[in-house]
Design a protein around this ligand. Sequence first.
Ligand SMILES: NC(=O)C1=CN([C@@H]2O[C@H](COP(=O)(O)OP(=O)(O)OC[C@H]3O[C@@H](n4cnc5c(N)ncnc54)[C@H](OP(=O)(O)O)[C@@H]3O)[C@@H](O)[C@H]2O)C=CC1
Ligand SMILES: CC(=O)N[C@@H](CCC(=O)OP(=O)(O)O)C(=O)O
Length: 346
Amino acid sequence: MGKKKRIGIIGATGYTGSELVRILVNHPEVEIALITSESRAGEKFSDIHTSFRGIVDIVLQPASQVEQTDLDLVFLALPHGVSMDFVKKYHQKPFKIIDLSGDFRLDSPEIYHEWYQKGHVYKEGFDSAVFGLPELNREHIKQSELVANPGCFPTTAILGLAPLLSEGMIESRGIIVDSKTGVTGAGVKPKEVTHFPNVNDNFKAYGLKKHRHTIEIQDTLNKLSSDEVNLQFTPHLLPVDRGILSTIYARPVKEVTTADLNALYLRYYEGHPFVRITPEAPSIKDVRASNYCNIYITHDERTGNIMVLSVIDNLVKGAAGQAIQNMNLMLGFDETAGLKQAPLNP
Ligand SMILES: NC(=O)C1=CN([C@@H]2O[C@H](COP(=O)(O)OP(=O)(O)OC[C@H]3O[C@@H](n4cnc5c(N)ncnc54)[C@H](OP(=O)(O)O)[C@@H]3O)[C@@H](O)[C@H]2O)C=CC1
Ligand SMILES: CC(=O)N[C@@H](CCC(=O)OP(=O)(O)O)C(=O)O
C-alpha cells in the first residue's frame, strides 16, 4: 500500500467538520494530519465532540497552521461568506481544496451577490471551481483542484430531477420541490430557529420564494435541460436531527408510465454507487448516517403528475460524505472508499 494522503479539516467544531472526522478516521487511504478551530484551538477534538474520546484525541490547531503543515487536501467546513477568504488564501498552495459552503457553487459572483446578499471577495475562484456532484460531474471533479461541494437540498432535488430534464420528459417550468430537513442543517451554533421549544413537536416552512438553494438547483438543472428551468423550492424544518426528504412534482410532456420512469432512472444511475432507485417510497431512516441517496419515482394517472421522492442524510450525502466521495475522485481512490457503511436504521 502507498503512503497515506494527508488531510486537513478546517472548522471541525461544527457538524460537518465532525462528520468528516467520523468518516475519515476509518478511511483506508488517508490520515487526518490537521484539525483546526479558531474558537477552541489548544483543546482536544474529543473534548468538544465527546463521542470521539479515545478515538480522535488530536489537539485542535488554529487555521494558521495550515501553511506549516504538509497536506494533500483540505476540507473547508466553514460558513458561507467565511470560506471564500480561505479559498482566496489557499488557492495557489500545493494542496487541493473541497469547500463545503455555498461560496463557489453558483455560476458567477453577481448571481452569488443576488442570492446571498453579500459581495464576493474572490471572483477568480469561480473560473476554476467545479460543482462537486459526482453523478453529474465525475470526470471534471477528478481533474479539479477546487471543488464546490453541493448544498444538501440541491443534492436531493438535482439527483431527483436530472434524468427527467436530461431526457426532456417534463415541462421545465413550474416544477415543485417541497423539502423537509432535520435541524443539523442549520449548523452547530444555537439560534432561535433551532431552540428546542421552537423545533420540538413543531413543523414549519421557511425561506419562502427566496431560499438560496433555489438558484443552485435551478441553474444546475438548466445545464441539463434544453428548455429553461423554473422551479418553486420550499424547505421545511422537521423535529429530527438529520435527514432530508424532498417530494418533487412535475408535468410530463407526453404519455408516460411508472414502468418507463423506473427504467429511465435505473439506466441513468447505472454505475453511480450511491444512488438507489427504490420500489417503495423512501424514509429518511433508509439512508441515515450513510452516503446513499434513495429515489422513488411514480406517475399518478389520476392527476397526470410525475412524483419523485428523494432522501439523503444532510450531513453525509448532503455534506461530509459527498465531500469525501469528491476527495476519492480527486486523489484517484476508489469512489466508494471509506463510504460503504450501511444506513443506521433504527
Ligand atoms: N449542516 C449541514 O447539513 C450542511 C452544511 N453545509 C455547509 O457546510 C458548511 C459547514 O456547515 P456546518 O458544519 O453545519 O456549520 P457549523 O455552524 O456547524 O460549523 C461551522 C464552523 O466554522 C467555524 N468558523 C470559522 N469561522 C467562523 C465564523 N466567522 N463564523 C462562524 N463559524 C466560523 C466554527 O468553528 P471554530 O469556531 O471552531 O473555528 C464552526 O464550528 C457551511 O457552509 C454549511 O452551509 C452544506 C450542506 C449541509
Ligand atoms: C435547517 C437549515 O437551516 N438548513 C439549512 C441548510 C443549508 C445548508 O447547510 O446548505 P448551504 O451549505 O448551502 O448553506 C438552510 O436551509 O439554510
